[in-house]
Design a protein around this ligand. Sequence first.
Ligand code: ARG
Length: 458
Amino acid sequence: TSNQMWGGRFADQPDAIMEAINASIGFDKRLAAQDIAGSRAHAAMLAATGIISDSDAEAIREGLLTVLSEIEGGSFEFSTALEDIHMNVEARLKAVIGEPAGRLHTGRSRNDQVATDFRLWVRDQIDEAEGSLTRLIHALLAQAEAGAEWVMPGFTHLQTAQPVTWGHHMMAYVEMFGRDLSRVRDARKRMNESPLGAAALAGTGFPIDRHMTAQALGFDAPMANSLDAVSARDFALEFLSVASISAMHLSRFAEELVIWSSAQFRFVTLSDRFSTGSSIMPQKKNPDAAELIRAKIGRIFGANVALMMVMKGLPLAYSKDMQEDKEQVFDAADNWLLALAAMEGMVRDMTANVANLEKAASAGFSTATDLADWLVRETGLPFREAHHVTGALVALAEKTGRDLPDLTLDEMQAVHGNITASVYDVLGVHNSVASRRSYGGTAPDRVREQIARWKEAL
Ligand code: ARG
C-alpha cells in the first residue's frame, strides 16, 4: 500500500530514512489545537459558501472535536507514516466520520494550513508573553516601591560611579521590559492576518470566503497575497527577535543578580526557593536560576539566527525547508516564557541587604561629582577646574586610605581655599541621590513618580 494521501501517483512506500527526515509529527503535534480550530473554521466556511453540504460540514466539525479530545486525553496514536499533524488529524477524522472527511481539504492546501496553524500558535505565545512580562514588571515595581529611598552604588565599567537608589535601578528594568511588552504587542498587530485560503500558493477556483475564516479565527483580515501568505515566516522571526531582545534584558539582570548575590557584594539575598546548594561545599548557595536565565539568550538568539538562515535563500512559495521553522520557535518560546517566570519569582523573593548597599554606595569616592558640583555652585569655579580640584582631593584621600567625608576641612582648604564646612552636606550618599531631581533622575521623589506612572499604565 502506498501513501493514503497521494497514493494515486505513487507505487512504492518511502524509504525508512526518507520517512525519518520527512516526518514532523514528533514536534508539530503541538499545533493540534490550532490545526483543528483552523479546520473547523474552514469546514464552516465551505458549507456557508455552498461548496460542501451543511450535513458534511456538521459531521466534519463534530468529528474534529472528537479527534481533539482524543489528542488532549492522550489516547490519540500519532503516526510517523502520516508525516505531520495535518495528515494525522485528517486520517483520524476519516476513521471517525468516514466519507465526509475527504471533503475537508477542498480549496485548501497544507501550505496555507500550516501557515495558519503556526500563526495561531505564535499568537498564543505572544499573549502568554504579554502576561509574563506584565507579572515581571509588577514584581519589579514592588521592589522599587519598597526601596525607593535605599541607596546603592551606581556603576559604569562596573566601577563605582555615583550613588543611585535601589528603586531607580529596579525601574530601569521596568523600562526595558516595558519596551519588550510594547514590542510583543506590535508584533501581534502585524502578524494577525490569515493565510487560510491561499491554498497551495495561487489561491483557489472554489468560491471560498477568506474573510469569514479570518474572522472566525480572530484574525483582523485575510492576507492580501496568496504567494506571500504561504511563504512568509517573518511573523515567526519577529517573535524570535522580540524574544531575543527580551532574553538579552533578562540576561543582563541575571548577571547583576549573580554578582549581587556573591559573598564579595552581598547586595541581595536570593530565596532558597530560587537557589541551589552544592553537593560538596556545605556553605554554598548558588544563583542557578539567574545563571540559567543568563544562558537562555544563547538558544533563543540561536533560534532566531537558525530560522533566518533557513528562510534567506528560499524562492517563493513553499519549500519543505520551512518545516524547520517550528522546533526553533517552540524551543525559544518555551525557554523565554520559563526565563520570564523564573525571573519574576527571583525578583519577588529576593531581599535587598539595605545596610550593605548603603555602605557600598559611599565607598569608592562615589560623591566626587557632588563635590565638584558644589565647588561650581558655591565658589563659582568652572566645572573643568572643579573637576581638577576634586581629583586632587580624591587622590589625597586615596593616598591616606580614607574616604572623601573623612578629609578634614583644613586638608580640603589646603587644596582649595574657598571650601567651607557646608561641603560635608553633599558628601553623604542620601544628599547625593536626593539632589538628582532632573527628569528621569535617581531622586526618590522622581522614582516614585515613575512607579506611579507605570502602575497607572499597566
Ligand atoms: N509539515 C509541513 C510543514 O511543516 C506541512 C506543509 C507541507 N506542505 C508540503 N507542500 N509538503 O511545513
